[in-house]
Design a protein around this ligand. Structure first.
Ligand SMILES: [Zn+2]
Ligand SMILES: [Zn+2]
Length: 125
């Protein structure tokens, strides 16, 4: 005979590892152990949910970083302009904008040929 951990009733276990007399007591036991786990790991769980909600915010585009020209959301917050706007500028008439945009594109690993190609693709040239 075994004693139920929840209600204290004695019962005959069907197999060795049983701690509770009934499904109801097993459910209660599970809830209690989850609560206990939460108490013991409160700090860790808080940290986890903090990281998790940050991820969710990022995925939902919360506080998005946008292109300064067209407002398009860009993933990389070190960049000020989206590729479209940069290519447009790089192919535009304004000499200083053009030079600036090309500098930025060169920094991103584009060369003159690629800028030309991107510009033609988008119909800016
Ligand atoms: Zn019980
Ligand atoms: Zn843009």
């Amino acid at each position: 005979m075994k004693k139920c951990k929840i209600c204290g009733k004695e019962f005959e276990p069907h197999y060795g590892n049983v701690k509770y007399c009934s499904d109801k007591c097993r459910e209660t036991g599970k809830t209690l152990s989850i609560r206990k786990y939460c108490r013991n790991h409160a700090e860790e769980l808080r940290e986890k949910s903090r990281v998790y909600s940050k991820k969710i915010r990022e995925m939902a585009g919360f506080e998005p970083h946008r292109c300064k020209i067209c407002g398009e959301v860009i993933g990389n917050n070190r960049q000020s302009y989206c590729l479209d706007c940069l290519v447009k500028k790089a192919c535009g008439k304004n000499i200083s904008e053009r030079r600036h945009a090309r500098d930025v594109l060169f920094c991103r690993g584009y060369d003159a040929g690629m800028i030309q190609y991107e510009g033609e693709e988008r119909g800016y040239i």
